[in-house]
Ligand binder design. Structure first.
Ligand code: RAM
Length: 927
């Protein structure tokens, strides 16, 4: 280049210039298949579609056409695509472009690339080469048998930790020891590729020749409705197999399949493993090694592992080299075998697995009694502790106990774990220092008590780490503002999500529960989509929910696993609401295409079997955990809901029927849409007749009146159940009721998520902010002031004044009240999806400044790329920066009536809102 004359360079640059402006740089990035999987191995093929993002190279960057090419090998791309070539398709679609090539089968590995044409039709550059590989799509692909250890049982003794049982009472149960399974095999020729397919009834950890298949992944295959479906994993193990002798080693534990989770059900089972190693040699021949009776089984150092009760590790039982070839396994026994049950579907994984996501260093360590140390993680977290160079001595068992909160005397408070023992032990084989973490349990904790260390040694904060576990979903959003306490609230919401997105969305991660409660999931799902990429996570969980639908069409209250009751208002409606929210956040229609018939059946179940004159009957939770409930005080019970179940349930039937109408339209099912629209109208009439009294009061339940509640007004106002006139009157009652309640929220799981949005919508922005920034009980920031680092099940789960709430159900890591998170993103900062163009095809920017806030900002990684909204104000001057991702658009709604003052990038607008192309913009206005 340097040898070229300047003139030539100038000519070249000139020739390139228009390309540089339009097209040449436009190279798709963030290429994924299905629900955001990047180059997946073991893919389910359930949603084979392609998505990509475009760099925002200038304002207006957009796509007018694309071409996707798919080939059987990377070297055929892009010109000799032998599997599928979409050709140039004139379309702006860059998210979930369906694969339309020949049907794919198990193990198929395909390579793909995409290129686009930009907004002026200039052709861009090809993306990198990507790939995906199918897992085993059908049970018949599995050649072996389930194996388990025929092993001795152990006995767990513990002090029964239940308020109903006298303190200090000893109890015990028998358990099956975790099984170590192994198989040696020879690889005679050169290996070109190898895959290990695996699943378990329980959880497993597998290695080949002593090397973990995936060291970050834990608690696989994850929790599903075990008698209906199990997820399977695929590992590329090509580099682990050596020519000559090899060994596979597998540890299998109870997980969610057996153990104390099933305590009340008395169906104590033992865990099983199913695996299949497929090797392809350089001469094209293949070899398959499956689990069967030729494997060997033994107990090992993990002598006990349970989801609730912890893990016991005995280093004396270590078996160095057990998962390597040449190990002396003479003492090992034959495994027990079981044929593969055809009724249980073996499906390739559809979510990201639970993984080690980060490590926390404790904030402090204190010796509270001789040799008893309490590590404070500084953060309520979920996962396990990792001891690092911890000093131990033979003959002394190291004991780890956990708690979310301390008693006033500095010892652990464990009553709220209820019957979950949640203790780990490590028995050293010699004096020295150990680095160790448990495997077959997990804990929810902020404090770890460590005892039994080498006498005289005092560990420091460096001797223990907190390993945070959750499904490996990337963080996709953030919110920040001028009120530091709200920033802490946002952090608490995100930690609540980290702690409870553990294979399934759980209510809590620490006590003897940890269940996929549908109500909690549906209220929090919208917020969760802003924080993390939860599309695969919920796609998988919705399969669990649908697997548990009964013959009549009733959805469960808990999935997987189930509990006795089902069909409850605001809970099992998750079967409709969560798919709808996934559509809103990701533009994904696949979820409701997959479950459409079952969803329709559910709406009909409510109409035909679970209501009387369209008023929903049956068991329900009302406005669960409403504080200051008058009905609870009257009945002397610990909790109660002033808002009737029937009101909540009927309102949710209305809301979900409208969602079904919307979804039916999107899927082109016009007749269904009409049916749902008509049904919704009937429910609305029934609702008004049953619950709406004089002058807009929502205080009747049929002929009786009930104690007025904030939630009874919030629900119909939020869902649009009242006509305009009644809504105005009801809004007045709501405001009055809030004032009567001392300008405090008085809402539970159902009312809280919609509180601020309803207030803003009825023009009560100041009151919405007053409640958001309120610091006295009950309020979000009250919990922050008490030192909360996560969301709590109760508004007063703990207070500095009264200490820990004595209720049995009192989790300090419960995401439901974190549902305010969406309002922070969507309304405080002003960044939201557009219901009419979901998946952020158009982004709604509509901040509602208020309260004490002088600035607020949010960012979100949308399916099109990063969007952000950041405003600051000083006096009545408002400056606002907006970022609209490439190939998306934005609608800006200006938070002012002084339209003359509004300027976008210096140009006057003179309108209340404005549609903009992708790009970065600065707005100024007067409030
Ligand atoms: C409890 C939990 C859970 C809630 C159910 C109804 O077990 O608080 O969050 O959804 O009850």
């Amino acid at each position: 280049m340097s040898k070229l004359p300047m003139k030539t360079i100038a000519t070249i640059l000139f020739a390139l210039f228009p390309l540089a402006l339009h097209g040449a740089g436009l190279k798709p990035t963030s290429t994924t298949v299905g629900e955001s999987f990047r180059n997946p191995v073991g893919y389910s093929l359930q949603d084979l579609s392609f998505s990509w993002q475009l760099p925002l190279v200038r304002n207006g960057t957009a796509q007018t056409a694309y071409r996707v090419v798919v080939a059987s090998s990377a070297d055929k791309l892009p010109d000799k695509a032998d599997v599928w070539d979409s050709g140039k398709i004139d379309s702006p679609q860059s998210v979930k472009v369906d694969y339309k090539g020949p049907a794919l089968r198990s193990r198929d590995r395909r390579y793909w690339m995409v290129k686009v044409w930009d907004e002026v039709g200039a052709e861009g550059a090809w993306s990198e080469v990507n790939h995906f590989e199918a897992g085993l799509m059908d049970n018949s692909e599995w050649k072996g048998q389930w194996i388990s250890g025929d092993l001795p049982t152990g006995r767990k003794e513990y002090l029964f930790n239940r308020s109903s049982v006298p303190k200090g009472k000893k109890a015990s149960y028998d358990f099956m020891k975790p099984a170590y399974l192994r198989k040696e095999f020879g690889a005679s020729k050169e290996v070109t590729s190898a895959r290990f397919y695996a699943t378990a009834k329980g959880i497993y950890k597998a290695s080949i020749n002593g090397r973990q298949l995936d060291s970050r992944t834990q608690w696989v295959p994850g929790w599903t409705q075990h008698d209906i479906r199990l997820q399977t994993d695929t590992y590329d193990v090509t580099s682990l197999i050596q020519q000559g002798g090899n060994a596979i080693g597998v540890l299998v534990g109870d997980g969610w399949f057996a153990g104390q989770l099933h305590r009340k059900r008395r169906d104590n089972k033992k865990p099983w493993f199913l695996g299949q190693l497929e090797i392809t040699y350089s001469d094209g021949t293949k070899e398959v090694i499956s689990t069967d009776g030729t494997w060997q089984a033994s107990t090992g150092p993990i002598v006990f592992g349970d989801i609730f009760d912890g893990e016991d590790y005995d280093a004396n039982a270590e078996m160095p080299g057990w998962d390597k070839p040449g190990f002396n396994a003479r003492e090992w026994t034959k495994p027990e075998v079981q044929d593969i049950d055809k009724a249980v579907a073996l499906d390739p994984r559809r979510n990201q697995p639970v993984s080690e996501m980060q490590e926390l260093t404790p904030a402090s360590v204190k010796e509270i009694a001789d040799g008893v140390f309490i590590f404070d993680m500084g953060q309520n977290m979920v996962g396990w502790p990792r001891l690092v160079d911890m000093p131990v001595e033979k003959g002394s068992v190291v004991k780890l106990r956990f708690a979310e909160v301390l008693r006033p005397d500095g010892t652990l408070y464990v009553d709220n774990y209820r019957a979950a023992i949640s203790e780990d032990t490590y028995t050293p084989k010699e004096d020295g220092r150990i680095t160790w973490a448990p495997t077959l349990t997990f804990h929810g904790f902020q404090y770890v008590e460590v005892s039994g260390l080498k006498k005289g040694e005092k560990p420091g904060v460096g001797n223990l780490k907190g390993v945070v576990l959750h499904n490996a979903m990337p963080m996709t959003g953030g919110f920040e503002c001028s009120n530091e306490k709200i920033n802490r609230l946002q952090s608490n919401i995100q930690w609540g999500q980290r702690g409870n997105f553990f294979s399934v969305p759980t209510d809590c991660p620490q006590r003897d529960e940890r269940l996929g409660w549908t109500g909690d999931a549906q209220v929090f799902a919208p917020t969760s989509t802003f924080n993390m990429d939860v599309e695969g996570f919920f796609t998988k969980w919705l399969v669990d929910v649908n697997d548990l639908q009964d013959e009549r069409g009733a959805y469960p209250n808990v999935a997987p696993f189930g509990v006795k009751n089902r069909g409850s208002g605001g809970w099992s409606d998750a079967g409709i609401i969560v798919p709808y929210e996934m559509y809103m956040a990701y533009g994904n229609t696949k979820i409701f295409e997959d479950h459409y018939d079952q969803m329709k059946k559910w709406i009909h179940f409510l109409r035909d079997h679970s209501s009387k004159n369209l008023i929903r009957m049956g068991f329900g939770f009302g406005d669960w955990l409403q504080p200051n409930s008058v009905s609870a005080q009257r009945s002397g019970k610990e909790r109660g809901s002033d808002t009737p179940n029937a009101l909540v349930g009927t309102a949710y039937h209305y809301r979900t029927t409208l969602m079904m109408e919307h979804m039916a339209r999107v899927l082109g099912k016009e007749d269904d849409a009409k049916e749902f629209a008509a049904l919704a109208q009937e429910i609305k009439v029934a609702f008004n007749r049953a619950f709406v009294g004089e002058a807009g009061r929502v205080d009747r339940n049929g002929k009786k009146t009930f104690t007025e509640s904030q939630t009874a007004y919030l629900v119909p106002l939020s869902f649009g159940l009242l006509d305009e006139e009644t809504a105005k009157l009801a809004a007045g009652h709501l405001v009055r009721k809030i004032k009567e309640d001392g300008s405090h929220l008085n809402t539970g799981f159902i009312g809280t998520p919609i509180l601020t949005s309803v207030l803003a919508r009825i023009g009560e922005v100041d009151l919405a902010y007053e409640l958001l920034e309120k610091e006295t009980y009950p309020s979000w920031l009250f919990t922050v002031n008490q030192g909360a680092t996560t969301m709590w099940e109760r508004w007063d789960a703990y207070s500095k004044e009264k200490g820990i709430h004595p209720a049995r159900g009192n989790s300090l890591n419960h995401y439901a009240y974190g549902a305010i998170g969406k309002w922070l993103y969507a309304s405080v900062a002003g960044l939201n999806y557009d219901e009419r163009q979901p998946g952020y095809k158009n982004v709604i920017f509509a901040p509602i400044p208020g309260g004490t806030l002088t600035h607020a900002s949010a960012w979100h990684q949308t399916p099109y790329g990063r969007a952000s909204s950041a405003w600051k104000k000083s006096g009545d001057s408002f400056e606002w920066k907006v970022e609209i991702p490439a190939n998306s658009t934005g609608t800006l709604v200006f938070p002012t009536r002084k339209l003359d003052s509004v300027k976008v990038d210096g140009d006057p607008v003179g309108a209340a809102s404005m549609n903009l192309k992708s790009g970065n913009y600065t707005v100024t206005l007067k409030l």
